[in-house]
Design a protein around this ligand. Structure first.
Ligand code: PMP
Length: 386
């Protein structure tokens, strides 16, 4: 049976060209990038090349790139780092209801610690952050607004320009988790007026365990470190640099910058072919959110009356994902879909398909075949009470 990987939003495969670029750093790389000797300097120079490649991809200055272990750490550093240095009269953080757990949880933690007040902005049924609600929440005590560029479950794109404008009018810092957007659609921090941006290597066909928080000079100056130690990365993220990982992140960023537009239109055609096939061959198929403003690679598809976990299980060896999070043995419906107004049952009927660089037409056709069989099987079992 043919394995098909349609979970790029979970983690994208490492591009062999990135692996190739990392090999010298893995095989021959010697030294700590902080060391003054030639070995160390060589490491530091390679990291600085990667800094430029990452900065180029997101339209920032290389000096604003703070390497870390991934978007989870970048999001934690942004929120906790800002709260740590905030004046008492600016202690409120506003986050959207559809943020990734790595934004939601540090915000919740800051609230529980009494270190910040937290407000949650709802989203419209289309999946966009509700700008009227944002307006009603903004005031002189707002320290930061954190709204993601593209949602990982639905692919829906937020109006980040409008969010930035509103946040800045209130004197707040705008943090944008762009983990799913980067490398898929053009995004420039300078043009979009983003102060702090999080990104991750393994979502752009780079290695896992490496990412960056990218900031403007002014925003980084407002951050306090979360990790304390030798003062690496402008004092914001202590710890010897992950030299090979950083080289890989840089290579992945350079490939994404060069290939993004062509890749996105190819992947969009495949995604549309997938959805078209699912809709025409499976009754009761619909999509969540405003499908005209979403990532080109993502489809959040609901099969009416069918448990998505069961569909995903029966689609094996085609890998897809459900929006639900499994914690402590109990399956919870997707908070993203609930925030968009879906019922618990509807949320449990949703399967996420996410495509990418190495997805082929034959794989899409195989996924359609497997989905038809899986949904048919689950429906027949449900009807027979099995
Ligand atoms: N933010 C978003 C939107 C994500 O999709 C993810 C990964 N699922 C993360 C943050 C966390 O990224 P990492 O795996 O690099 O910690």
């Amino acid at each position: 049976m043919q394995e098909v990987y349609l979970d790029y939003n979970g983690s994208a495969p490492l591009d062999p060209r990135v692996a190739e670029a990392m090999l010298p750093a893995l095989r021959d790389g010697i030294g700590n990038a902080s060391s003054a000797h030639r070995f160390g300097r060589r490491r530091a120079a390679a990291a600085d090349d990667a800094r430029e490649q990452v900065a180029e991809l997101v339209g920032s200055s290389p000096a604003g790139v703070v390497f870390c272990s991934g978007a989870t750490e970048a999001n934690n550093l942004a929120l906790i780092g800002l709260a740590e240095g905030a004046p008492a009269e600016r202690n409120r953080i506003v986050v959207s209801a559809v943020e990734h757990a790595s934004v939601r949880e540090p915000a919740r933690w800051l609230l529980a610690q009494g270190r910040a007040k937290v407000d949650v902005i709802g989203v419209t049924p289309e999946g966009f952050v509700d700008l009227d609600e944002l307006d009603s929440l903004l005031g002189p005590d707002v320290l930061a607004v954190s709204v993601m560029a593209a949602n990982s479950e639905t692919g829906i794109l937020n109006p980040t320009d409008e969010v930035a404008e509103r946040a800045h009018a209130a004197g707040a810092v705008f943090h944008c988790d762009a983990t799913q957007m980067v490398g898929r659609l053009p995004l420039s921090m300078a043009d979009a007026d983003i102060d702090l941006l999080s990104l991750s290597g393994h979502k752009i066909c780079g290695p896992g365990g490496v990412g960056a928080l990218v900031g403007t000079r002014a925003a980084l100056a407002r951050l306090h470190p979360v990790t304390h130690g030798g003062g690496h990365e402008r004092g914001l993220r202590s710890g010897s640099l992950n030299a090979a990982g950083i080289v890989g992140l840089g290579a992945a960023a350079a490939l994404a910058a060069n290939e993004r537009d062509a890749e996105s239109s190819r992947v969009k055609m495949l995604r549309d072919r997938l959805v078209c096939g699912l809709r025409s061959e499976i009754t009761g198929t619909s999509e969540n959110g405003d499908i005209s403003r979403r990532l080109p690679n993502t489809a959040s598809v609901r099969f009416e009356g069918v448990d998505a976990e069961a569909v995903a299980f029966n689609m094996d060896p085609v890998a897809v994902s459900t929006g639900s999070a499994c914690s402590a043995g109990s399956i919870e419906p997707s908070q993203v879909l609930l925030a968009m107004g879906l019922s618990r049952d509807e949320a449990f009927e949703t399967v996420r398909f996410s495509l990418g660089r190495f997805t082929t037409g034959a794989e899409v056709d195989e996924a359609i075949r497997q989905a038809v069989t899986a949904v048919g099987y689950v429906r027949s079992m449900t009807e027979s009470g099995g």
